[in-house]
Ligand binder design. Structure first.
Ligand code: URP
Ligand code: ZN
Ligand code: ZN
Length: 487
């Protein structure tokens, strides 16, 4: 029997803290050796001229979520897995919905069953839309025992949003259970007020989506989310930061020593509100719906500032927020008709496969971030923050052999078929990128080679997360009374 099942030979191995020329030896799905010349392998993959990256960790994407109206998010675990592998991602943290008025357990176990039908390794964030005793006191402990370690709350959106009282209850429950809280920060009432006024004025096209939620709406909610998290002494991650004002709130919190992390997404680094003002002969201004997500993409100046916040490390994770709705069918963007006003069009854009190529091309190739930062923000940092490290997110002896063989020179024009998701469009159609994954290995198995995904459905693994110190509360309270002591 050979010493290694697989050896990746002759590549440049990239980690968050440095880059080395060495081979990678894999046995039973794990990395067992990093050395200059490894022999005696069943399979040798030639990585000459290529970078060897840890498989991407996408800690924010929406797959097969079951909605309260009976619908299910179009991207399934199976199709989403293919898109992940096509783009060099090997692990995801995706979401379980809570339906208002219900608990969380039933949906959680059902979603876990669905997750097993795909190919990509995964953990879950539990969305809390109803901070009831049933959800937080009675049902949550069993989910925590199953390895659930993060909650998501929305401070906007009907019917998802929580008011301050409910948000505080979630923070307190998370603190008691040793969980991370992730937060969608936009002000619900401010958006509703502006939306009503825009609609009354007849301003209904997709481009007015961005007018309904300017940066101040995001900044205010980010400030409030952080202040209440400080009150409870509960670590949080602010999701999908789109603008400097919101990132500055995070920077200020970090400077005060709070455990507050910030994530952004490729859309806030490459798209602008002007994309929502596009039109085409068949669809007219509805074309703009392809770019609608929340928070809204801003302008080019703001993009550069968000890049700056990444470079500074204020934002330290880039995830896809893949939340696609197809453009051409009647269940996606056009569910309320192609003449619907902007507030009736589903938010969210697809991006599972585009995340790494866009970050590499726009970030590393254009000199905005280093190669090591690229690996940190797309794999190592999300794995550490989500409690998946050291098993995922870096190339270490003992880690799962999740590897991407990356051609740093390959030039590709992004098209929807290349994305391999089920959504029928990509907002990045026609974008030129330099740098592309030529092979993806998941636990030592080649699951994508030259664009061909070859993993078997049903081979995904659920990633239970043990308690981890990185997200432990600081133990610093406003006074001597602890209203939510950790268990
Ligand atoms: O527009 C977005 N981001 N939709 C997805 C749901 C969310 O807010 O994460
Ligand atoms: Zn969100
Ligand atoms: Zn999302």
């Amino acid at each position: 029997m050979a010493e290694y099942d697989v050896v990746v030979r002759g590549g440049t191995v990239v980690g968050a803290f440095g880059t080395t020329r060495c081979d990678v030896g894999v046995k039973d799905g794990r990395i067992v050796a990093l050395a200059e010349r490894l022999t005696d392998a069943d399979t040798v993959l030639d990585a000459g001229g290529l970078l060897v990256l840890p498989g991407g960790v996408d800690s924010h994407c929406h797959l097969e979520e079951q909605m309260p109206d009976g619908s299910v998010i179009e991207e399934s675990f199976e199709t989403g897995s293919a898109a992940c592998f096509a783009g060099g991602t090997t692990s995801v943290v995706c979401f379980v919905q809570q339906w208002k008025g219900h608990g969380i357990a039933e949906r959680y176990w059902e979603h876990k069953r669905r997750g097993a039908t795909g190919m990509v390794d995964h953990a879950f964030h539990q969305i809390i839309t109803d901070a009831s005793d049933l959800a937080l006191e009675q049902e949550l402990p069993a989910l925590v025992a199953d390895g659930l370690r993060s909650l998501k709350v929305f401070l906007t959106y009907d019917p998802l949003h929580l008011d301050d009282a409910q948000y505080i209850r979630v923070l307190a429950a998370a603190r008691r259970h040793g969980m991370l809280v992730t937060v969608h920060c936009e002000n619900y009432h401010a958006i509703n007020w502006r939306t009503e006024a825009l609609l009354k004025a007849g301003l209904t096209a997709p481009k007015y989506h961005s007018w309904s939620r300017p940066p101040v709406v995001e900044r205010e909610a980010t400030h409030r989310a952080i202040a209440l998290a400080e009150l409870v002494d509960q670590p949080i991650q602010v999701f999908h930061v789109s603008c400097e004002e919101a990132a500055e709130e995070i920077a200020r919190a970090q400077a005060r020593g709070l455990k507050v992390w910030g994530e952004t997404c490729p859309q806030y680094l490459t798209l602008t509100a002007a994309h929502m003002d596009r039109s085409n002969p068949q669809d007219g201004p509805f074309e703009g719906a392809k770019f609608m997500c929340s928070p809204s993409p801003r302008d080019e100046a703001e993009q550069q500032k968000v890049w700056g916040m990444l470079k500074r490390g204020v934002l330290d994770v880039v995830s896809s927020d893949h939340s696609g709705s197809s453009f051409h069918n009647s269940i996606g963007k056009a569910a309320a008709g192609r003449d619907a006003n902007f507030s009736q069009i589903p938010n969210g854009i697809p991006g599972l496969a585009a995340r790494l190529p866009i970050l590499f091309s726009e970030g590393v190739v254009k000199g905005r971030i280093s190669l090591e930062q690229f690996v940190a923000i797309t794999a190592t940092n999300p794995a550490r923050l989500m409690g998946l490290a050291p098993r995922k997110g870096s190339i270490n002896v003992g880690a799962d052999a999740d590897l991407v063989l990356w051609d740093p020179k390959k030039q590709v024009t992004l098209t929807n078929p290349l994305m391999q998701h089920v959504i029928d469009y990509t907002p990045y159609e026609g974008m030129q990128v330099t740098g592309w994954p030529v092979a993806t290995l998941r636990r030592g198995e080649v699951v994508m080679r030259d664009g061909k995904v070859q993993a078997q459905p049903g081979t995904a693994r659920y990633l239970p997360r043990n308690p981890y110190a990185f997200i432990a509360p600081r133990g610093i309270l406003s006074n001597d009374f602890d209203a939510a002591p950790p268990a």
